[in-house]
Design a protein around this ligand. Structure first.
Ligand code: ADP
Ligand code: MG
Ligand code: ZN
Length: 491
């Protein structure tokens, strides 16, 4: 019994290592002053340096190095203050210089780790290296005659970091979880907007299989061209099954690059620039060692915010559910919103539920998020709403209606409650009146209750709540109803 994937897992162990490129959110390029802004007319953001014209000299972007450092420190890497630049040589239309400036022998950082939860277990995937480099241009078929390929060099020279994991990942799903955790971590550091759909996070996945229990790794296949977290998982699931079938048939896996075809849901073998594989790396003669000062490195460490792991532990300690913790921690803007609610005095658990379920539900329906102009509700206002419920001024049910109003108008909850007269009725006299009215109107239910049908009480409570438009204090209604019924009043 079990799925094909489970049967495969019994015979083979899957081994995955990821190479992730992340565009850094600097205003200018890695080695020149050209803008990195997205969406400009093709080839409008270029200069002799990023076009590779003879005699032009690169100058490293200080901010890009700062961001690379911050990412490295967040990934718990050891930093190499004396890191170097190298040339990676290959020929391709989107690479006007004929080489890419990258870091080969001396990357800015090594030996880190990324921790995340997979299958309910805490996992740590080792980071082999993190290096800085420049991006290439882009080939394009838009706005060019059918027989031609256009080249847009606006992206050429945009700063990147490449983060290479050790082959520590053990399933396609875990590869997706690793990527999501990496994205969240980088979002916290603020070094990139890390949008896979827009290409500011790109992932190449290496995958091999080995017989269950074997020590030695099998030959790896590199899979490219996935443009969402889901497609990374799907491509690796496909590749896992393909390799298992090949091994079962007695074939040998050869090291190769394969491309993911999203529409057909398959990988196919491709001859690409990576196939040549002789990049003739050599030290970049126009650039010296980076010479990162201890003060610069420490400054970047200081600029790191509370990272997802620490935040998760803090929220758990406040008693939040795994669900609420996960939702809040995954989005630094949301976590910051929640922290402001706490500062404003919201109760941790109730406040979290109001945010993750009630407010987010309403914002999602509007296609809005807690940041930006789409959300009129401020953290302090949501905290105030929670406090109105805690104080018994309104019931939890009424609070939902008040929140609808807050989302639409941005008004303070207390103002809405006052305007619409929504204060909970906790006055015993008023409740008694409503209870007597319900008893008089429903003699059959009263008889049922006295005959031992306890569910009749629920019906009568419902009638009182209806009569008071949901404003009666439910606990008080229950007490008064029981008293009245047991005293034999009404019928
Ligand atoms: P290089 O590209 O420098 O030769 P490797 O090929 O060893 O380095 O590693 C490139 C990526 O492939 C890394 O992310 C690494 O974790 C991963 N990798 C290495 N060996 C395997 C393997 N047998 N199966 C799956 N992934 C692997
Ligand atoms: Mg590689
Ligand atoms: Zn330039």
């Amino acid at each position: 019994m079990g799925t094909v994937a489970e049967a495969t897992a019994r015979r083979y162990e899957t081994v995955i290592g990821l190479e992730v490129h992340v565009e850094l959110a600097t205003r200018s390029k890695m080695f020149c002053a050209c803008s990195t802004a997205f969406g400009a007319p093709p080839n409008s953001q270029v200069c002799p340096v990023c076009l590779g014209l003879p005699g032009a000299l690169p100058v490293p972007n200080h901010q890009a190095l700062a961001y690379a450092l911050r990412a490295a420190l967040a990934l718990e890497c050891a930093v190499d203050p004396d890191c170097r630049w190298d040339r990676k040589n290959y020929h391709y239309p989107d690479l006007p210089k004929g080489y890419q400036i990258t870091q080969y022998a001396r990357p800015i950082a090594r030996n880190g780790q990324l921790c995340f939860v997979s299958g309910g277990e805490e996992r740590a995937v080792r980071i082999r290296r993190l290096h800085a480099e420049e991006d290439t241009g882009k080939s394009t078929h838009e706005g060019v005659a059918a027989a031609f390929t256009g080249v847009d060099l606006n992206r050429a020279g945009v700063p990147l970091i490449e983060i290479v994991s050790e082959p520590d990942i053990r399933s396609p799903e875990e590869a997706r979880l690793y990527l999501q955790a990496l994205r969240t971590l980088l979002l916290y550091t603020g070094v990139s907007d890390v949008k896979m759909e827009e290409g500011s996070l790109r992932c190449d996945a290496n995958i091999s299989l080995r017989p269950a229990g074997a020590m030695e790794y099998g030959a790896l296949v590199e899979v490219k061209n996935m443009n969402s977290f889901r497609s990374v998982q799907r491509a690796l699931e496909y590749e896992e099954q393909r390799q298992a079938a090949a091994l079962d048939a007695g074939e040998r896996i050869v090291r190769e690059t394969r491309h993911w075809d999203e529409k057909r849901g398959i990988t196919f073998s491709s001859r690409s620039k990576e196939e040549a594989h002789d990049y003739r790396y050599f030290p970049e003669p126009d650039l010296g060692p980076c010479a990162l000062s201890p003060a610069f490195i420490e400054e970047q460490r200081r600029l790191l915010p509370e990272l997802p792991g620490a935040r998760q532990a803090r929220y758990r300690a406040l008693g939040l559910s795994d669900y609420d913790t996960g939702v809040l921690v995954a989005d630094p803007a949301l976590a910051a919103f929640y922290d402001r609610m706490l500062e404003a005095g919201a109760a941790p658990r109730e406040g979290a539920a109001l945010l993750t379920v009630e407010l987010l539900g309403r914002l999602n329906a509007l296609g809005a998020s807690v940041v930006g102009s789409g959300c009129l509700v401020r953290p302090e206002q949501l905290a105030a709403l929670q406090k109105l419920v805690a104080a018994g001024t309104i019931s939890g049910k009424i609070a939902k209606g008040v929140l609808d109003d807050m989302v639409a108008s941005g008004k303070d909850p207390a103002a809405i409650v006052a305007e619409r007269g929504l204060q909970q009725i906790s006055d015993a006299g008023a409740v008694e009146q409503a209870v007597r009215a319900a008893i008089a109107a429903h003699p059959q239910s009263v008889a049922d209750y006295r005959a031992g049908k306890k569910q009749a009480l629920g019906f009568l409570v419902g009638q009182v709540m209806k009569e008071t438009k949901g404003k009666a204090n439910p606990a008080l209604v229950n007490d008064v109803l029981r008293q009245e019924l047991d005293a034999g009043g009404g019928v």
